[in-house]
Design a protein. Structure first.
Lengths: 579, 102
């Protein structure tokens, strides 16, 4: 049993078998075993050879006599290697002497042999290193339960373990079988965290070297409430956590009971709670949890996991389905917010040296107009189906707002010409998530219908901290006085211009920030669906007078630590069970 | 060629062969060598100047990385040692590994 501490990013408890996703093709970390595990580990090596031989024999037979020749020779050579006692002995000897796992021993020995071949000057022989890597792969597939490529075709419940999860990988998760997520890298606002929260899967990130401690098939407990991961727990621990899981489910159940009740403070101020979604089938969850609409519909997933760009029809279908679930409730669709990631980077000849300050989000859209217009057309077409609103991300200046609105008008004119119906008065909003847009909010407010504060990027850009970089992640905090001043400024400017203002970043889903946000004047919050009941509970437990006091106090404080301690203490007094 | 009688059963035979096929002792020739060697009871070792390996292990044989022109010493020890030497010499120097593996 091994206990690891990381950052809790999505609440809940899960107990399931580990499935390791390794982005670096089959690099096996060194992991030690105990003397008592030696015999089992050696048996695993033997079984892997036996199973690989079985698989290869079938493949060889399937080749048929007619094809014969080279391919059959390759299979035959590989089979000889797998039958080779000297090879097997070298591997089991390493397990025995160095107390390492079967995977590590297989990988080490075969790579040694491959390296030996590579060094030989004769091309016939040096090229044979490739065969050795093939054999390594065959054995590792057996040892790692051949699950690694199959995350989209799961048949049993698993916990996903990875160094780092990319949006592409997480978009492919089968939600029925992925019970928990844990990764070496990442922070509270990493993609893995956001996806885990939106799917309601417990997750812990920033575990640093978890992948070195877990083997495919190991039982793993994820405690997404406390940021703890337990590898190969003993029976007593499993029982404790099963008990805890039950209690947690009961708390959830209790919170579900307030689903039908309004989000209103004790002194009668109504708050609107909307849901953030990534996939259209999450819209249902938002309503179930008591959300009154969609405050942030991320559309990136439409672009991920595929070779070509989505068609207008694919966009439209996704939006139409979401709107049909929400009926007349608001659905705020955010246009493509990609960049600084594989999707846009792979289209470039040379990767950008500093992608977070590069061609991302609205900037990327404004340089890829055909793609952008396709999405705008689909959103406009869907606008007749319900209360659809459109939101543009990462705005940094007025010019971008003007340019974007002009393109939207172009698309509207095209639709007019084709006599396709749309809502001519579709509300247009922007995300305030850069210091420049926050500082110029007073002028931007004249040209848009609403603001939504994206606190994650606003925090990252204000504090100049890459939230995914473990070395500086601790500096990332929305409690920083600089961030809070910008937020207050944006709220005040929105109120002066009499436009709607909401918060759709992570702050809106963290109970400790609720009193502060309400006290600063926020009346609409958009957050991940599983957190809606808890935040509603918080709102129903406070008075606006109390919130105003909290905000006044906090805005007079000068240090991040002082503010975050104060906010946590204040929230704990109101809602102890949430902490 | 040298033959020694250790006991009634155990015979030790040795010979030196030269790899003459262009491709050298790469995977497929190594496989043929090992397949033939494995049909016999004798212990078989093969050595170049540096290392001595088990003639029945494809991994060890291929790691000799014997290229065209390399001279290898084959040593067999057992009741059928003489037949081992004959068969392997035939494969390496006469057939030049051209026969398909049995």
């Amino acid at each position: 049993m091994e206990i690891k501490k990381g950052i809790a990013v999505s609440p809940g408890i899960s107990i399931a078998k580990a499935l390791i996703i390794d982005s670096e093709d089959y690099r096996i970390p060194r992991r030690s075993i105990k003397v008592s595990q030696r015999a089992d580990e050696i048996q695993r090596v033997r079984n892997a050879f036996k199973d690989a031989i079985g698989e290869l024999t079938e493949l060889e037979a399937a080749q048929g006599k007619a094809e014969g020749g080279k391919i059959k020779d390759i299979f035959a050579v590989h089979l000889r290697f797998l039958h080779d006692r000297s090879l097997r002995k070298k591997i089991t000897d390493l397990v025995h002497s160095d107390l390492v796992t079967a995977e590590y021993a297989v990988s080490t020995i075969l790579r040694e042999i491959a390296a030996h071949f590579s060094k030989v000057k004769d091309a016939y022989i040096s090229e044979r290193a490739a065969d050795i890597y093939d054999i390594e792969r065959r054995l590792l597939i057996q040892l790692l339960d051949r699950k690694r490529e199959d995350i989209e075709h799961l048949t049993e419940e698993v916990t996903i373990i990875a160094r780092e999860l990319s949006p592409i990988q997480t978009a492919g998760f089968d939600r029925n079988f992925v019970k928990g997520i844990a990764s070496d890298a990442g922070g509270r606002t990493s993609h893995a965290a956001i996806v885990a929260r939106s799917l309601g899967i417990p997750a812990v990130v920033a575990l640093e070297n978890l992948t070195e401690s877990v083997r495919g098939g190991d039982t793993v407990i994820i405690d997404g409430n406390h940021g703890i991961v337990i590898v190969n727990p003993d029976d007593q621990t499993i029982r404790q956590y099963e008990e805890y899981e039950k209690e947690f489910a009961e708390l959830e159940h209790k919170l579900d009971a307030i689903r039908g009740k309004p989000a209103v403070t004790r002194d009668g101020v109504k708050i609107t709670l909307l849901g953030n979604i990534e996939f259209h089938d999450e819209a249902e969850t938002v309503l179930q949890k008591g959300g009154q609409g969609i405050g942030l519909y991320r559309t990136e997933y439409l672009y991920l996991n595929r070779q070509s760009e989505p068609t207008e029809e694919e966009h439209y279908q996704a939006y139409a389905e979401t709107v049909s679930v929400l009926q007349d409730r608001p659905v705020i669709i955010r246009t493509l917010d990609l960049g600084a990631d594989k999707y846009t980077q792979r289209k470039r000849f040379a990767p950008e040296p500093n992608p977070f300050l590069g061609l991302r989000s609205i900037r990327f859209c404004l340089q890829n107009l055909t793609m952008f217009k396709t999405q705008l057309r689909a959103i406009l077409r869907a606008s007749v189906l319900g209360d659809v609103r459109i939101m543009f991300p990462l705005i940094t200046n007025l010019h971008e707002v003007m340019q974007t609105k002009m393109i939207l008008r172009d698309v509207m004119e095209d639709l007019d010409e084709e006599s396709i119906a749309y809502n001519k008065d579709i509300p247009i909003g922007i995300m305030i998530e850069t210091p420049s847009s926050a500082l110029t909010a007073f002028s931007l407010a004249r040209d848009v219908d609403f603001f939504s504060i994206g606190t994650n990027d606003l925090t990252q850009y204000t504090l100049a901290v890459d939230r995914g970089n473990e070395l500086v992640a601790a500096l990332y905090s929305s409690s920083d006085p600089a961030v809070l001043r910008l937020i207050r400024m944006v709220i005040q400017d929105a109120h002066k211009a009499q436009i709607d203002i909401s918060v759709c970043g992570e702050m809106a889903s963290e109970p400790e920030y609720i009193m502060l946000l309400l006290g600063m004047g926020i009346r609409t919050l958009s957050l991940t669906a599983p957190m809606i009941p808890e935040i509603k509970q918080m709102i129903r437990s406070v008075t606006m007078e109390h919130c105003n006091n909290v905000a006044r106090k906090v805005l007079g404080m000068n240090s991040e630590r002082q503010i975050s301690n104060y906010l946590r203490a204040a929230a704990r007094k109101i809602l102890p069970e949430a902490f | 060629m040298r033959t020694e009688h250790d006991s009634l059963e155990n015979v030790v035979c040795e010979t030196e062969v030269e790899i003459k096929n262009a491709e050298g002792l790469h995977m497929r020739p190594a496989m043929q060598f090992v397949d033939i060697a494995s049909q016999f009871d004798s212990d078989i070792t093969v050595s170049n100047n540096e290392t001595e390996v088990n003639g029945k292990s494809i991994m060890e044989m291929s790691m000799l990385a014997a290229t065209c022109g390399t001279k290898l010493k084959i040593k067999a020890e057992g009741s059928d040692a003489q037949r081992v030497i004959n068969a392997l010499r035939e494969l390496v120097e006469e057939k030049l590994f051209s026969e398909p593996a049995p």
